[in-house]
Write a protein that binds this ligand. Structure first.
Ligand code: HEC
Ligand code: HEC
Length: 265
């Protein structure tokens, strides 16, 4: 392990070990606070480690690779219950039952990866969105609630939006509404199934392996199929969410909806 690292990051890593390594290697249990927090070198070296060890699955910028279902890691910190300690644990132990492998890094290396992931974490819309949240509520009910839940009410063809404003920037949210197909949310990939008697079933993929596929169909029922019982499984590029143009919803109306979503969280 050390040999490999010294080979790939000679000077930097040695300097790092000198200043921090001994201290960390001596403590055998993982601590709750990242001991390297705030040190820019940690996230820099962590970034190199990441590109060498993790990027094949999570992408060079940690934004995930959908075709293998490896998640966007810039979003994990905005989830409740996720902190440096829990991310440390996942990197160390992997996720059983998935292709996310355990890693035999030293603690100091794991903390450098944690520092890197912190440095690329996307913050949600932290400032108050300027809009009329009461008008937003009725616009939401008219245009969105059929497919999206907020605080337990609404449809479930699309993701629950109760806390979306804490996880996405305002720009990203506007883009999702204007042009949903540009960046389709994970676990909501559109698919068309062709049955043996040529019936077409549209839906979003909940899980899929070589032999079977589970979808939520456009009537919002969860359904499972054996692939052998289907004529075709067509992975679509167009989201099941319609794009909302300026004439469907003005920019002000979108801000009203976002302001409602922000007030609802
Ligand atoms: C072989 C592919 C693969 C490699 C290599 C890999 N990962 Fe993963 N990782 C995954 C997959 C797939 C998941 C999602 C597993 C699941 O939720 O079922 C995941 C999940 C995670 C999670 C949890 C994400 C969440 O939503 O909570 C973290 C953190 C993570 N990986 C970090 C890393 C780091 C850091 C490395 C490199 C040291 C790495 N992974 C290497 C495939 C990989
Ligand atoms: C016909 C169902 C449908 C309607 C109507 C709909 N959506 Fe969606 N929405 C989806 C689906 C499916 C996805 C997930 C796929 C994707 O990202 O395009 C989605 C994704 C999103 C996302 C991205 C979520 C994420 O995790 O990044 C946002 C934001 C969103 N919708 C907001 C809205 C708003 C606001 C409205 C009303 C103006 C609306 N949607 C109307 C089905 C719908």
């Amino acid at each position: 392990m050390l040999k490999r690292l010294q080979f790939s990051f000679p000077g930097l890593f040695q300097a790092f070990l000198l200043s921090y390594g001994l201290l960390i290697i001596n403590s055998s249990i993982a601590q709750e606070v990242n001991p390297l927090e705030g040190d820019p070198r940690a996230s820099r070296i962590g970034g190199s480690l990441f590109r060498a060890q993790c990027a094949t699955c999570h992408g060079p910028d940690a934004r995930g690779i959908d075709s293998i279902d490896a998640p966007d890691l810039t979003l994990i910190y905005s989830r409740e219950g996720v902190n440096d300690q829990s991310v440390f644990q996942v990197i160390r132990e992997g996720i059983p039952g998935s292709i996310m492998p355990p890693h035999t890094f030293q603690d100091v290396e794991v903390w450098m990866l944690v520092s890197y992931l912190r440095s690329v974490a996307v913050a949600g819309a932290s400032i108050a969105i300027d809009g009329d949240s009461r008008r937003g509520l009725s616009l939401f009910n008219e245009n969105c609630a059929h497919c999206h839940r907020v605080n337990g009410r609404g449809g479930s063809l699309g993701p629950d939006l109760s806390t979306i404003t804490t996880r996405r920037t305002q720009d990203a949210l506007v883009n999702s509404i204007r042009d949903p197909s540009a960046n389709i949310a994970r676990r909501y990939k559109p698919v068309t199934l062709v049955t043996m008697n040529n019936q077409l079933i549209q839906g979003t993929i909940k899980s899929e392996d070589a032999f079977s596929i589970q979808i939520m169909d456009s009537n919002q029922s969860l359904r499972g199929f054996k692939k052998l019982s289907l004529q075709d499984v067509i992975h679509e590029e167009i989201s099941l969410m319609p794009g909302f143009t300026e004439s469907d919803l003005s920019s002000n109306e979108i801000n009203d909806i976002l302001s409602f979503l922000q007030s609802a969280q």
